[in-house]
Design a protein around this ligand. Structure first.
Ligand code: FMN
Length: 160
């Protein structure tokens, strides 16, 4: 079982979070994390994954155009994505700069792909996903690993 960790990052903050999340995915036995940027990802990565955790910097309270373009361009995979797990992560510049609205924009795309959404577990924040201002600190990195592990566990269960 593969879980795709997909990200766009210009300055590196969101990429740092993605790296922690894929570690969490790989902590679950029988699940392989696949870390891809929006430049690298292919339609096969979508189809082969049991779950996708997608992240973007907050751009005007929304996901960056580079991630939106992947969802737009991969629409032909939609019928093959139903029932897979989807989750979101983000980094922002300002504390109230739009982290939740950005994660919701990613979650909205997953819903329309027919996917099953999860937030981060209650042992992390129990909210919309993993998010931070700027570069992730140690606590956020732990939460990122927990989100990765949760999606991996759910993807395994849903594939039964
Ligand atoms: C075009 C653009 C729009 C942005 N819009 C917002 C915003 O609406 N709210 C916010 O808090 N930060 C905003 N930021 C700041 C980024 O979200 C923040 O610096 C982020 O951590 C960058 O991630 P990266 O290092 O992975 O590229 C914006 C940055 C850019 C370049």
């Amino acid at each position: 079982m593969k879980v795709l960790v997909l990200y766009y990052s210009k300055g590196g903050n969101t990429k740092k979070l993605a790296r922690e999340i894929v570690e969490g995915v790989n902590s679950v036995e029988a699940v392989q994390g696949v870390l891809k940027s929006t430049d690298e990802v292919t339609k096969e990565d979508f189809i082969e994954a049991g779950g996708i955790i997608a992240g973007s910097p907050v751009y005007f309270g929304n996901m960056a155009a580079q991630l939106k373009a992947v969802f737009d361009n991969f629409v032909s995979t939609r019928r093959k994505m139903e029932g897979k797990v989807g989750a979101a992560f983000t980094t922002s510049g300002d504390p109230s700069g739009g982290k939740e609205t950005t994660m919701m924009s990613i979650i909205q795309a997953f819903l329309i792909y027919g996917m099953v959404i999860t937030g981060d577990p209650l042992s992390a924040t129990g909210h919309y996903g993993v998010a931070c201002v700027g570069t992730p600190d140690d606590e956020i990195k732990e939460n990122a690993k927990k989100l990765g592990a949760r999606v991996a566990q759910l993807a395994l269960k849903l594939s039964d």
